[in-house]
Design a protein. Sequence first.
Lengths: 113, 114
Amino acid sequence: DAKTTQPPSMDCAEGRAANLPCNHSTISGNEYVYWYRQIHSQGPQYIIHGLKNNETNEMASLIITEDRKSSTLILPHATLRDTAVYYCIALKYSGGSNYKLTFGKGTLLTVNP
Amino acid sequence: NAGVTQTPKFQVLKTGQSMTLQCAQDMNHEYMSWYRQDPGMGLRLIHYSVGAGITDQGEVPNGYNVSRSTTEDFPLRLLSAAPSQTSVYFCASSRDRGGQETQYFGPGTRLLVL
């Protein structure tokens, strides 16, 4: 799986959009970009994933650049409860041969009042 | 629908003791896995299962055993606890046998080995 690079920390004001970047310059054509988050002392929580098209769900939007070398997770109206470590993961979707989510160190997003 | 549940939430063991960490899911998921998370590190896969009766090793399997007699349960056994096994343990499940669909994580078990 491709290596991903994220900033170690970011701050965001409550109510504003939080834009979390992720670089994955070595991503291959069949690797999806997944985002999970981990609120302090809890298990990781799935947020969103995509291959090459932009995706949106009730939690967030995922913007993937046309060359797929980077992506941005957008939390449109951040709340204090969004304070967490956010993990960007490149995962090959190859019909059952990959069983491991590789979590790096992620980005600690702190939402300030 | 409780999702993924783990017991106990916290456990203290002495070196050499054995214990079983319990994990259960009520979503009829095929894939289940165990991770450990140590300070400053990401999650590392210990063991996983793609269905009842089928288990395999992950990245850091030494010192741990698993079994999968039912779809719902996936216990993790520490045979002889060591201080290096002090960690937070997370169980996860996924509908997909390959574990590539959304994984749902339990709340974790915090283990301290003295």
